[in-house]
Ligand binder design. Structure first.
Ligand SMILES: O=P(O)(O)OC[C@H](O)CO
Ligand SMILES: [Mg+2]
Length: 282
């Protein structure tokens, strides 16, 4: 217990010192992402893109790393745990874990980092829990979230959240963010009985799609995601996806998405047949 408290102090200190660095990194990488996004658009014909994008009526948001800035908490805690084994946590491992159910990403963590003889996935989840429980309630919204959700809500666009997080973590993460959560038609969590397998299985997005009041065709839904597994899940469900990746994620993971943006602030609703910003209603 003492060791966990000491590690948590270290995580807190690291978090405070990394906040500034992260915002600097985000702004530095912004132009690179814009260039990648343009390249992606150029690989398909304009007609094909505009026809596909013109018909969106419903929205499904991922949560961690897309609506709220919790992915950095996971990274910092996992870094501390691997340091105990003399190993480092890097973005190639992060890319494989993010967006998945807790136990699924825990298996990847211990196996891929080569510590499975010393730590089981279940022990890993117990070891990180105290640190995460203290960090989650402090999380902030990602840039552009408040403006986008308020815009859709004002314009009566039905929205849902589909997150790999289980109920207990969801409640900690959303303690400060009740207002945006209250604008969602429904929430589907990773421990929902209809979500047999985590992302990239389509289960969670198919469950979220069928819980809107009206029957909605997947081609009329748009998913927002930050994680490779989440992009895969949306595509496996036949749903278009806008990816807003962390700048540190390798760009080879961008290719599955229909659009890649460096920030939700860059999303243009009019491109997708949604009410544009600046209307009287927004
Ligand atoms: O990105 P989400 O919201 O599906 O969350 C999944 C995990 O809880 C964090 O990677
Ligand atoms: Mg996510």
């Amino acid at each position: 217990m003492f060791r966990i408290q000491q590690q948590f102090k270290l995580v807190s200190l690291r978090f405070q010192s990394q906040t500034f660095q992260l915002s600097r990194n985000n702004s530095i990488s912004s132009n690179i992402f814009t260039a990648n996004s343009s390249n992606l658009k150029m690989s398909k014909s304009n007609d094909e893109i505009s026809t596909k994008r013109a018909s969106i009526t419903h929205i499904i948001f991922d949560m961690d790393g897309l609506l709220i800035d919790t992915e950095n908490f996971y990274s910092q805690v996992q870094e501390v745990i691997l340091a105990r084994f003399g190993k480092t946590f890097d973005w190639s491992l992060k890319a494989k874990m993010m967006g998945k159910k807790a136990i699924e990403s825990a298996k990847i963590f211990v196996e891929e980092s080569g510590i499975s003889d010393s730590l089981t996935p279940e022990q890993f989840l117990v070891e990180r829990e105290d640190m995460l429980q203290s960090l989650f309630p402090t999380c902030n919204l990602m840039p552009g979230v408040s403006r986008l959700i308020n815009h859709f809500h004002t314009n009566r666009i039905p929205m849902a959240v589909a997150t790999g997080s289980h109920k207990r973590h969801f409640e900690l993460k959303t303690q400060k963010h009740g207002e945006i959560i209250s604008m969602m038609h429904h929430i589907v969590l990773g421990d929902d009985p209809d979500v047999k397998k985590g992302k990239p299985s389509p289960d969670i997005f198919l469950a979220a799609a069928k819980r809107f009041e009206d029957v909605v065709d997947p081609s009329n839904i748009l998913v927002f995601e930050d994680a490779p597994a989440g992009v895969g899940a949306a595509k496996n469900a036949g749903i278009s996806v806008v990816m807003v990746p962390d700048p540190r994620l390798d760009s080879s993971y961008h290719s599955g998405a229909d659009q890649v943006l460096s920030s939700l602030l860059d999303f243009n609703p009019g491109e997708w047949g949604l009410p544009p910003f600046g209307d009287a209603a927004s």
